[in-house]
Design a protein. Sequence first.
Length: 273
Amino acid sequence: MDKKMFFLGIGLAVVMVFCGSMVISNLAKVSQSHADRGSMYQVSTMNALAQGAFEGIQPVSELKKHGDFGIGTFDGLDGEMIVLNGNVYHAMANGSVRIAMDSETTPFSEVAYFNRDFSVTEDHLLNYSEFASDLSAKLPSENGIYSVKIHAEFPSITVRAIPRQEPPYISLLAASANESVYTYQNMTGTIVGFYEPEYLSGVGAPGYHLHFISDDGKHGGHILDMTVPSGTVAEFGTLHGFTMILPEPGAPTKPDPGRNLTTDIARAEHASS
């Protein structure tokens, strides 16, 4: 074999290896993307948040890579996060809402790609507790994790946002005592959130954890109460996977993972209801 043919062979081998690695890399990305489509991606736990782990540990820019739909809060427990159609909204304690910056961080959040698998239509007016109970009874299984999206004109909807906390951090329940509460009448918007089963208590908030964003993007927060009109359609996506990001060792707040804070979490979730 002459030198020209030898180096030509080497060149072709390099190209084949490079192309092969590109194919493998792209397949991995496709596989990851497919996995993300049916999975919840969660930053930290409700148990940690309940104990005052309010330091942001992941930026919004990273969160957006794992879902276009979800809920959460921001560094220092600063208000409420609503993720809808890939937009990340920051509902603040002063009642205003803005688009979150990619550099903002979150101490707790849950996101997924929303895909409608089934829906439930309500045939009469319901309050929040009646609505949640009725929806739960119609789930394929109460042991599953579901994303929940509801668009309607709500006769009444009450939301809250907790003001930014400063170190040393108090508990979530204590912080929620100073929440700002807003009630809106005949407001059209979207409910965004998740249903999680009882066995995930402490990891998440069992039952329905729902946030709201108005169609004009000017009003929103964590839902405390609402009136759901007849004909409302609740859309559900079934989630089959779960990924969690935990605080780095040595974080300023070191929650005790063994503490049972189910009651505190429930009271904080419905502090003014």
